[in-house]
Design a protein around this ligand. Sequence first.
Ligand SMILES: O=C(O)CCC(=O)C(=O)O
Ligand SMILES: [Fe+2]
Length: 273
Amino acid sequence: MSPPGLVSASAAWLRYVRNSAYYAFFRRAPSVHELHRAHVAWVPAASRGQVVSSDELCSVWLIRECIDQEAALRIKALLEKQHEDLWHGYELGRRMLPLHADPPLEASEAAQLQLGTLDVFGRRPPQAWPRLQQMRDEGLAGAEELYCLQQVATDRLGWGRCLFVQAQQLEPGASVSAHRDALPFGGDRIATVVLQGSGVVRVGHQSFEVNAGDFYALADEARYFVEHEVQTAPSDRLSLTFRYGLSPHSALPSMEGEELRGDRGGGSALRDV
Ligand SMILES: O=C(O)CCC(=O)C(=O)O
Ligand SMILES: [Fe+2]
């Protein structure tokens, strides 16, 4: 029989091995280096209209100048004509307008995505949202251009049907703080076109300039496993965000180091309340 001291020493040693393996491999705290890792500028050599993707970070795409300035101005005018009440002041210097895509979601699909509960849109019921299909039917200036933008991710990236559209205005000095778009409404894949203003977007550790007319898109790793942010707008900025596909996830997967940083929920553009 082994002496009792030896038994408890080996039990303690086994616990030590078990626990340190768990914390080293499954709950590894980010290192100081990772937490403070400098953002790397991504400066893609992209000609106008060409789809480029980042080698560093999977699943970010960029298209420079996917819309010209006159067309962007026609969409801007169309959005500004929408009823003032539908634009919701979500945060200081940050306003949002929801629109139905063309074709729009069925009412049951909108309910499944909980679109009526979105605090970013001031919980406006989807029945009240402007409809791109109707704008096109009425031949409104800017409607065809908006539809073309909706189709960029469908045609160039094969992303299928758009769920809905989110117009967003940032005043100078406002920003979209680091977040991952919440579920289920955030959708599985996200594309944004900037209609007005220039600025820097960060996705994970990569930052890149996004100027008026540019398109950028996030899926997979870039959508689910790292945060993105729009850094302080130097001047008025207007963007359109298009969402594609229902997410296969019911909740956002946990991110490395998340537990150490505490709940930073304030950044999410589409957070639930
Ligand atoms: O305007 C943009 O570039 C994207 C904004 C965004 O990330 C969001 O509203 O979730
Ligand atoms: Fe976002």
